[in-house]
Design a protein around this ligand. Structure first.
Ligand code: PLP
Length: 394
């Protein structure tokens, strides 16, 4: 259903050092080249947007809830980047729910105390309905994860986490989960496959909200699941077919179009994020900055080991109260005051403005999704917004 995985040399995604072995294109090349139609005279260089609910009998697709050539192009590209085979879904949450469907009725799921609030809300609702049991753990605490694994069916990881930027030691968690016979999933949305490849660290499944950096332009919702296990892929494909959370072909095409520039976008956005993190750390109105790229960040050591960059997301807590942090968000003029993340444009929000956000997330925590604008313009606007909220400087 998807193109066979290749093996891009991911570690060089953000550097120009060295040439890859001839048969191992770098991730920066894969994002540009993968998922294109076969080369033939007058053939198009991009996949078509296939708008058809049914297909002539005798082939493998048959009906458009099973597959679609435009999804397959996107799936081939993301699968290659992650080192597995991919299935596209209607949204990140459709992908999350397809994976949760793998848990047997009454099963046990180990999940982070802080993670994407949609995943957490869904797990709580499934637990309340008696569908499964959740054991919450600090995702940055490998010993706590290991202690929670015996008897578990699924270990849900997210790294770095949304919005607290906690980093999970994926290899340690996967080892503990597998010793207990559990499947391991990583929501790697904050990292993207250019920066982190969870399958290489032993995870069985990777989930992305393609809505975010993979598509990169804040114009679609889409999700994707990747695995290097054929049996799991077949189970997930069947879940997708029968639950029906399928991708729209236009969305899949736009996601692939956005993916073409992922390496360039990540390079700029990560460099902007690192610079802003350093400047925020020195700002008197800022109490805490959470960015794994900062050498004194609690997640730095593990992130430096398992990621080839530190991503374009960061969060910080202001001094003062929630209302002050809210003024920062509302005073920004260049930064969009909006939710979601991973677009070319920078955005910010106070996460606790959402009812579903965990009460453990500090009231003054502002999440920054750093885009590809000029970093001095971003800093000028952000520091002006901080000055509006804290005229005395904090
Ligand atoms: C946004 C997000 C999701 C959900 O994705 P949607 O495309 O909005 O359904 C899941 N996980 C993380 C980490 C996210 O940021």
């Amino acid at each position: 259903m998807t193109q066979p995985p290749q093996d891009p040399d991911h570690s060089r995604a953000n550097t120009s050092a060295g040439r890859p072995p001839a048969n191992r294109p770098s991730a920066a090349t894969v994002v540009v080249q993968a998922g294109r139609p076969p080369r033939r005279p007058d053939g198009p260089v991009n996949p078509d947007i296939t708008l058809s609910s049914t297909f002539h009998a005798g082939g493998e697709i048959g009906y458009a809830r099973n597959s679609n050539p435009t999804w397959e192009a996107l799936e081939g590209a993301v699968g290659t980047l992650e080192g597995g085979a991919a299935l596209a879904f209607a949204s990140g949450m459709a992908a999350v729910n397809a994976v949760l469907e793998l848990v047997p009725v009454g099963g046990i799921v180990v999940a982070p105390t802080h993670a994407y609030n949609g995943t957490q809300a869904r797990l709580s609702e499934l637990a309340r309905a008696g569908r499964l049991t959740v054991r919450n753990v600090a995702v940055s605490d490998a010993a706590e994860i290991a202690a929670a694994c015996p008897g578990a069916d699924l270990v849900w990881l997210e790294s770095p986490t949304n919005p607290t930027m906690a980093v999970c030691d994926l290899a340690a968690a996967a080892t503990a989960a597998h010793a207990a016979g559990a499947l391991v999933v990583c929501d790697s949305t904050f990292a993207t496959p250019l920066v982190q490849r969870p399958l290489e660290h032993g995870c069985d499944i990777v989930v992305h909200s393609v809505t975010k950096a993979l598509s990169g332009h804040s114009d679609i919702l889409l999700g994707i699941v990747v695995t290097d296990d054929d049996a799991l892929l077949a189970r997930l494909a069947r879940i997708r077919k029968l639950t029906g959370g399928i991708a729209g072909p236009v969305e899949a095409w736009l996601a692939l179009r956005g993916l073409r520039t992922l390496a360039l976008r990540m390079e700029r956005a990560q460099s902007n994020a690192g610079e802003l993190a350093r400047r925020l750390q020195a700002h008197p109105a800022v109490a805490v900055v959470r960015y794994p790229g900062l050498p004194d960040d609690p997640g730095h050591e593990v992130a430096a080991r398992q990621m080839s960059g530190f991503g374009a997301l960061l969060s910080f807590e202001t001094v003062g109260l929630a209302a002050d942090a809210q003024v920062v968000c509302e005073s920004a003029e260049l930064w969009l005051h909006a939710t979601s993340l991973g677009g070319v444009e920078s955005s910010l929000e106070r996460r606790r403005r959402w009812a579903d956000e965990s009460c453990d997330v500090p009231e003054t925590l502002i999440r920054l999704s750093v885009g590809i604008e000029d970093v001095e313009d971003l800093w000028d606007d952000l520091s002006a917004a901080l000055l509006t909220a804290f005229p005395a400087g904090g």
